[in-house]
Design a binder for this molecule. Sequence first.
Ligand code: ZN
Ligand code: ZN
Length: 483
Amino acid sequence: SCLRYKASSACHCSPSLLSTPTVIMSSTSPSSSSPSANVAPPPPDGASCWLCLEEGPDDSGAPLVRNCSCRGSSGFAHLSCIIEYAGNTTRQIIQRGVPTVGKDSATEVRNFATGYGDAFFKCPNCKQDYQGDLKGGTTKAFLSFNQTVFPDQNLHKSLQMGKATNRLRQLDAASNADRIEGEELVSKLLASIEELKQSGVPLFDMIEANVYVHCAGFYGGMSSDEGLKKAKSFYQKARDKYVIMGGKADKYVTMGRKFDLDMREINIKIGQIESRLRGSIGRQDKAAEIKLYRDKYDCCVEDGNDVRTVNAGIKLANVLYNAYRTIETEQLLDKMVTTSHRLHGPDHRCTVNAMSILKRVKERCVSLECEEGWFEALQYENDGEKCVLRVKGPIKEPRVTDEEKTITVPSGEVRPYKGTPVMFHGLKKAAHLNGKIGDVREFCQSADRYEVHLEDKGLKPVLAKHGNLKVLFDLPDPKKESS
Ligand SMILES: [Zn+2]
Ligand SMILES: [Zn+2]
């Protein structure tokens, strides 16, 4: 079997509603996910903490860390220093005044809630969010900070809930330790909802819906039927809240478009879970999902290029890839790598992640008529007469790249997989299609024909014999095309 199928079945939906989308492809395949993505590279010699100015580890032995968009030797710090700095900054904000629920305007409360605690989540030097392990550390610190500073006020409980949902989003329910922490967080969150229900905290419906969405995302990650059923019931609770909020739309008018996208996402997730419980995901599910993530991506692009755009682009790429639209996926990821590189630099988690996904998307999966397993086509030789393949399957986990050997076969024996980009050649009746490119989307076994969707959207899908399809290795550069 091809890695693509493995990847798509293992891919669980991560909750992105109302908060920065997380990267789903990074956790789909152990063989291609980059372990370096969560742990930032070590500091260069002579680097020092921008807060305490000391070089090397702190008193407890914890090393200098950096996982944001700072470059060169700047932006390194001790986690303990960051936490102290963030605590002091946040205490100053509190001293300047905290709006009172029910007395101050909802806008005032919302503005306060939006920026509150930022020092724990954003690097003050590059103004970008902390990532990976560093973010995990500061989130935990923020939760305990709130517990000491505001033991029992309603507003702060609801702020706390927002950050607890963020923590939930970082957890992988498939791992034992994470699942235990996650289930504890879920029950704490549900208890807080009960306590706060009658409190009159502004936008409480929104907060409550957000909690349900995150709980659903967490349980969806379990991929057992039991987990899926829990996920579904949380999404349904969230949907009920959205229906209520829709009835008082004026209160939420500033969130207009996003509100609509989030509602659609909930409905799609429920549909997908129902399909998964039945054991299938249909074409229609995929089409609606692609449209949703395209709209979300467009929404981020309109808001300006930043982390969200890159994350939204990667999510869109993921659903396109699982629908075998590889050419589009590759073009989009190319763009995301460039954007992320410019925004964050080459070592940043976003860039590393986008690059490792792009590398996988660029693998051209093929099979052979009389050989078991699957192969990665590498190049043509002898004017296209022969094709060099890397033997990839059956997949052994963990994969040992050194043991993967290459073989050379007559090109006529090579058959594309679903999703493999191809170019038409040697067509006599439909000679106008020769040289056109597209993705294989289906294989029709009875007719032994491949359904190819052309990149040129003006042309209808074509059913072709494998002899008329060449594997397309390098996509045409869209910039050159248009100039
Ligand atoms: Zn320090
Ligand atoms: Zn920074």
